[in-house]
Every structure is written in C-alpha cells, then in structure tokens.
Design a protein around this ligand. Structure first.
Ligand code: ATP
Length: 401
C-alpha cells in the first residue's frame, strides 16, 4: 500500500489547495474528444470542495514548449469541468500561468470555489523543474495535492518543484488508486501472477522484462518484441522486426527465467505476411506458420492461433494479470486477432487484471473490454516506469504518512 499522505489525511477548510491534475486531453477544433482524464480527476476535486477548500487546479496540455499557444490553452477544460462538477470552474487566463490575472482570481476565491490555471507548460521553466516557477506556484497555496499519475515519472515544477516550497504535500485519490493497484499487483500479487508484454521493441522494455521476470510466475511475450527472442533461440524470423543489438539480452532473460524457475512463454506459431501493411489498416494476405517455419522473405505481424490459445490458457489459471503492449499490429483488423484473444481472456477471468496504459489501454477500450478490467492505468509512461520497479519522482515528493 502507498505510504504517502493523501487528501484523507488533511483538513483543507478555508485553505488554498493547489491540485496538480492530468488534464492532458485530446482536443480537436477546441473540443475535447476524450474526457476520461477529466472524469478520473473528479473524486479528488469533489472531496476538496465538500471539505471547504479553495480549489486551485493546474495541469499541462500538450507540448507548447514554454510559449503560450492558444490551441493548447486549458480554457475548454474549464468549460467542460464546470458542467461535470455542476458549479463554475473559473478559468484564470494568464500567459504567465501565475501572473496578475491568476493571483487576482485566487485572491477573490471563497471556500468551495474552483479556479483553473493556464497550461503550466506555457512556462519554459516547468519541464526543467526551475525554482522560480515552483516558488510562484507554491505562493498561491497553503496545501499541495498531486493527482497527476500521467506525469508522475517526470520531475517538473508543478508536481515536484512546488512541493519544496509548500508545507503540506499529499496525493489525490487517482494517484493513490494507480499506485495501490499497480503496486499491489507487482509487489504483493495473488499468485499465480502472469505478466504479458507486447508492443514493438524489446529495447523499450528492457527493465520491465527483467523486473517482471523476478516478480511474476509466468512472463508472456508477444508483439514485435517476440521476434528478437525467437532469433535469440536460433530461429529464422524472416523480415520481422528484430533488434540485433538485443539478442544477447534476450538470451540472458531466457537464462534468468530458467534460473529463477519462471515460465517464459514465446509464440509457438505466428501470423505472417509479405510486408508491413501500408496504410496500416490495408487489407492484407496472411498465413499462420509455426514459429520455427517463418520463411526468410516473410514478416511476423501477430501471434498465431495456437499461441493465442496457449496465452489465453495461461491467463485462465492466473490470479493476477498485468498486461502492457499489444500482441500484434492491432491497428489492422486482420492482425488484431492475437490482441483480441488475449484481451478476451482477461475480460473473462475473475483474476485481478491490470492494463498498463498506452496502446494496450487503447486496444482494450477500442475492443469494448474496458469495463471488464480491474484497473486500466491512466498513465502509459508512468505505469511502465512503475513496472520497471523505478520510484516515480511525483510520488516520492509527497509527504510520508
Ligand atoms: P505504450 O508505451 O504507449 O504503452 P505499448 O507499450 O502498448 O505502448 P508500443 O511499444 O508502443 O506499445 O508498441 C505498439 C505498437 O507495436 C503498435 O503500434 C503495434 O502495431 C506494433 N506492433 C505490434 N506487433 C508488431 C509486429 N509484429 N511487428 C511490428 N510492429 C508491431
């Protein structure tokens, strides 16, 4: 369990509370196209309003790189949040984020009021964790709450720097939920614990593979990264995605699994085609071959049917499943079968099922299995670093219990 103080451990009545949220939502023509992150932030905001705090919200949106960019303003978020909360969220339009306008808006707040500051990345110091901007943010509040899991793996002014200049820093409900679910799954799992890793490249997930191998009972590998493992076993992988610099690493991981007595499952068959689909959802001619029979001029683009059954079977006997990364090029319906089979097996089990953000979260939601999972992380990069066993600076910075 997370040993950090949370919003349940403080009294915010009459206090100015700065809340770092993750309002990094997709926008199209000024309209929010996916409001999941806004909805996920509501429990903490509602709690602070109910307790009589003066709630000052902040977040980044996109990458304005230290310059005011109107298309990345948080103004549309204030409008939608007002509707979701059923009370006004006053937008403190201010190119300096903590400029005269923001200060005036905060000074005018009554208990239970909500103000939203402008995009913190309008300030170039934000991503450099600069002291001056951290102090400016801190000057607005008595208490700081970090509820932005999506940026917890970064040390920026608005989630880490600010905590040095505020007496009380705690985590919000969303942050707590993410850490509790991911933390319990990885560090205190009900066994058997099955970890499933997919996605494009082995190189992106070196530390995740190594760390999960120590924690889990069975590690399942799919997606593009599987072919480097198959090549490391001495198999022909044709023109499949391979990272030749990571062959030795894969050999090491297979030895590590053996030494630790862990099961490491690799595809026993694979779906192949002549080339990568172009465009990605183009109709494509495929066949399924055993993993030791990939022709030299063919490319592996999904796990095969027998592998899908094998992986689904491993999930069936698990009590905890953590999944990150698709099993194939799931953006193409013809090559999504492996990813769908795995998603379905997770949807059908009673085990605790945790999806580690990013593409796998998108895949699970797209396929309509979202509400069947125990927890879908809101942070791709942050959840991956968590699975690597790293400390997240945004979490470390909060006060201990
Ligand atoms: P995130 O880091 O955002 O969580 P992810 O870990 O879920 O993402 P990535 O490592 O980004 O996944 O890889 C996902 C991509 O891998 C998808 O676009 C998918 O098409 C591609 N992919 C999966 N299998 C293969 C394959 N066999 N060959 C080439 N690309 C593949």
């Amino acid at each position: 369990m997370l040993n950090k103080k949370s919003v349940d451990d403080i009294n915010v009545k009459g206090k100015k509370v700065l809340v770092r949220c993750d309002f990094n939502v997709p926008l199209k023509d000024g309209k929010i196209t996916d409001e999941n992150r806004l909805v996920a932030a509501l429990p903490t905001i509602k709690k602070l309003i109910a307790d009589g705090g003066k709630v000052i919200l902040c977040s980044h949106l996109g990458k304005p790189k230290g310059e005011p960019k109107p298309e990345m303003s948080l103004a549309p978020v204030a409008v939608r949040l007002s509707e979701l909360l059923g009370q006004e969220v006053k937008f403190a339009a201010d190119n300096n984020v903590v400029g005269e306008n923001a200060k005036a808006a905060v000074a005018a707040m009554k208990d239970g009021d909500v103000v939203l500051l402008e995009n913190t990345r309008y300030r170039v110091e934000e991503t450099k964790n600069g002291e001056a901007f951290s102090k400016e943010l801190a000057s607005l509040c008595d208490v700081f709450v970090n509820d932005a899991f999506g940026t917890a793996h970064r040390a920026h002014c608005s989630n880490v720097g600010v905590t040095e200049f505020v007496d009380t820093s705690v985590v919000g409900y969303l942050m707590q939920k993410e850490i509790d679910f991911l933390g319990n799954a990885v560090n205190n799992p009900q066994r058997p614990f099955v970890a499933i890793l997919g996605g494009a490249k082995v190189a992106d997930k070196l530390n995740v593979i190594s760390n999960l191998l120590e924690k889990c009972d069975t590690l399942i590998i799919g997606g593009g990264m599987a072919y480097t493992f198959l090549k490391a076993k001495g198999l022909e992988v044709g023109t499949s995605l391979v990272d030749d610099t990571k062959i030795d690493y894969c050999k090491e991981m297979m030895e590590k699994a053996e030494k630790l007595g862990k099961k490491l499952l690799l595809p026993i068959d694979t779906t192949i085609a002549k080339a990568f689909p172009d465009p990605i959802d183009a109709e494509i001619e495929i066949s399924v071959v055993k993993s030791d029979a990939i022709p030299a001029d063919m490319m592996g683009l999904d796990i095969g049917t027998e592998t899908a059954a094998l992986y689904a079977d491993a999930v069936k006997s698990a009590k905890t499943v953590v999944w990150n990364g698709p099993m194939g090029v799931f953006e193409n319906p013809i090559l999504a079968k492996g990813t769908i089979a795995v998603a379905k097996s997770l949807a059908e089990t009673d085990a605790t099922t945790i999806i580690g953000g990013g593409d796998s979260a998108a895949a699970v939601n797209q396929l309509g299995f979202g509400d069947k999972m125990t927890h879908i992380s809101t942070g791709g990069g942050a959840s991956l670093e968590f699975l690597e066993g790293k400390d997240l600076p945004g979490v470390v910075a909060a006060d201990d219990k």
